[in-house]
Design a protein around this ligand. Structure first.
Ligand code: CTP
Ligand code: CA
Length: 226
């Protein structure tokens, strides 16, 4: 509660947010990664905390600072991210923003892979990573409000609707990550909110504004669920 004032809209609520990329090791010195900066996920964690929520942010490797007022758990791999998210349950809210690597190297090497004269490049056998959002969306201790993102470069709305159903989410924040948009790594975002109610297209906003607007929407939705 705010000193002397009204309680904040999310006070007494627990939230789990994932953010950033994951790094999937090839050997001790190399990894597979993606272009996620963590800016959107970190901003959402901060915005939920500002509304009074008790937030656990599970972050992959990022260059940006930990947001204040938030408990931060740092991880590298998708499997570690899943373990940290499950360990943070129970919660009222889950917002899965991380750009989790879809695949890891099936058997990463314990020693640095060396070039051998005359030999072909090493084949990289991949294995599918656990789907953290889907696991949480169908978990016995499922948070009451589960929010996912859908990073798409094509068929945005159809793919987002499909992810909503498949992953057991209440809301999907769909964003176009085509290279031409410059969204990945940038400071702005242009999203559509997909739910069973339909699709709401938000204007292009800063990632901070998207975070604040989403935190407010989450607070409203939770009140409606009560
Ligand atoms: N996600 C996750 N764990 C994964 C993959 C994705 O938690 N292993 C989450 C993301 O954090 C996001 C949502 O699922 O909230 C959608 O991620 P996205 O990459 O768009 O979807 P995928 O299901 O991985 O499908 P694809 O990449 O093939 O479009
Ligand atoms: Ca993916």
């Amino acid at each position: 509660a705010r000193a002397g004032g009204q309680p904040l809209p999310l006070s007494g609520r627990r939230a789990i947010v994932t953010s950033g990329p994951t790094h999937e090791p090839i050997d001790p010195v190399r990894y597979i990664a993606n272009r996620s900066s963590g800016k959107q996920g970190h901003a959402i964690a901060a915005a939920l905390a500002k509304l009074g929520a008790e937030v656990t942010l599970v972050s992959g490797p990022v260059e940006i600072a930990d947001p204040s007022g938030v408990r931060v758990v740092h991880v590298e791999r998708a499997e570690e991210m899943l373990d940290a998210v499950v360990a943070a349950l129970p919660a009222d809210i889950a917002v899965m923003v991380a750009a989790v690597a879809d695949w890891r190297v099936a058997a990463s090497a314990g020693e640095k892979i060396k070039k051998k004269p005359g030999e072909a490049p090493p084949p990289l056998q991949l294995a599918e990573n656990p789907d953290i959002l889907k696991t949480i969306g169908h978990h016995a201790a499922r948070p009451r409000l589960v929010v996912g993102f859908a990073a798409e470069t094509q068929n945005l709305e159809a793919n987002a609707r499909d992810k909503l159903k498949r992953k057991g989410a209440d809301l999907i924040v769909a964003n176009d990550v085509s290279p031409a948009t410059g969204i990945m790594g940038g400071d702005r975002n242009n999203v559509k909110i997909v739910s069973s109610d339909g699709i709401d297209a938000w204007p292009e906003l800063s990632k901070q504004e998207v975070a604040e607007r989403l935190a407010n929407l989450i607070a409203t939705r939770l009140t409606e669920l009560r």
